[in-house]
Design a protein around this ligand. Structure first.
Ligand SMILES: [Zn+2]
Ligand SMILES: [Zn+2]
Length: 320
């Protein structure tokens, strides 16, 4: 099959658009969608200058999504002194898994000359995820602890590096799964957070104006295209799944979405279009004034309680 845009051989077919794309036109198409998202989300303000640049911190895990995002953002702004990048890798203390993905992060940032910072649960919380999984003092899924710790460190270090934006590599499939999960769980409060706090403390409201804005420039690109992009560009990517991954419900939603997309191409796009409209309406219902947000008495993070969720979990884990 030939490419829809030229006479080279197609490497992929996007059923939702009907396009067959060759390698070169796949690259162009993915990069165009990321750049369009940066424009449409107004990520780069008019007052950013070479003297007073924007600092963008990118959560870089070494998986395909964050590697592709870092690669495209670096390429896009390589000659543009208005944007400075910091890649931030969180080491959870998962033997083998994170050490290998850290190597991918180091290779990418060294190749592209991007500032790279690594912070660890061990240094920050005296916690290793391998031990947390074994002890499990709160009787929860591993991802539930890990998500709280990761969000806390992303927010803390984005602030420490004076970030103007915090970028993450969520792709279209991730976003559509999360949207569907929130709706199926009836979690309207979480729907309301779609635009402002997708990485904020998930059980607490955080005032928008005190938060570093989040951005997900890959959110229009389906997972399969991100994977193909990484592979054909020969980017250093760690493909393995986390050995503690335990999000059973997300797995079911994933299977469901793949099937829906196969029978009804464009389902992911239409879910997100509707979800964004719903999220706007829900956000009006859960306005910031309702939340009584103060500071955690231990770490100073924004919280609606005396002590934030992260501090409670760190204590529980370290008490074992
Ligand atoms: Zn082509
Ligand atoms: Zn705290």
């Amino acid at each position: 099959m030939d490419c829809t845009k030229c006479d080279r051989e197609a490497v992929m077919h996007a059923a939702y658009s009907g396009a067959h794309l060759c390698e070169r036109h796949l690259f162009e198409s993915v990069e165009r969608r990321v750049r369009r998202r940066i424009r449409e989300d107004d990520m780069l303000p008019d007052d950013a200058t070479p003297e007073d640049p924007e600092t963008w911190v990118i959560g870089l895990s070494g998986g395909k999504d964050s590697v592709v995002l870092t690669d495209i953002i670096e390429e896009t702004f390589a000659e543009d002194p208005r944007v400075e990048l910091v890649a931030l890798t969180i080491h959870e203390g998962i033997e083998g898994y994170r050490d290998e993905s850290l190597a991918a992060c180091e290779q990418l940032t060294a190749d592209r000359d991007v500032r790279h910072e690594v912070v660890t649960y061990a240094d920050e919380f005296d916690v290793e995820m391998d031990d947390v999984v074994e002890d499990d003092p709160m009787d929860m899924a591993a991802c539930a602890y890990c998500g709280v710790f990761r969000r806390d460190l992303l927010a803390k270090y984005a602030e420490a590096y004076d970030a103007d934006k915090l970028l993450t590599g969520h792709n279209l499939d991730d976003e559509a799964e999360t949207a569907l999960m929130n709706i199926l769980e009836g979690n309207v409060e979480q729907v309301a957070k779609h635009f402002d706090a997708s990485l904020g403390p998930f059980d607490e409201r955080t005032p928008k104006d005190e938060m570093i804005p989040r951005a997900k420039p890959l959110r229009d690109v389906p997972e399969k295209e991100v994977a193909l992009y990484a592979q054909l560009r020969d980017l250093p990517v760690h493909m393995e799944e986390c050995p503690h991954s335990s999000e059973a419900f997300r797995g079911e939603i994933q299977d469901l979405l793949l099937k829906l997309e196969e029978n009804h191409p464009g389902t992911r796009h239409s879910i997100m279009a509707g979800y964004e409209e719903l999220a706007g309406l829900a956000a009006d219902q859960y306005s910031d004034e309702d939340a009584d947000v103060g500071e955690c008495e231990e770490c100073g993070a924004p919280t609606t309680r005396d002590r934030c969720r992260k501090c409670a979990l760190v204590e529980a884990v370290n008490a074992v």
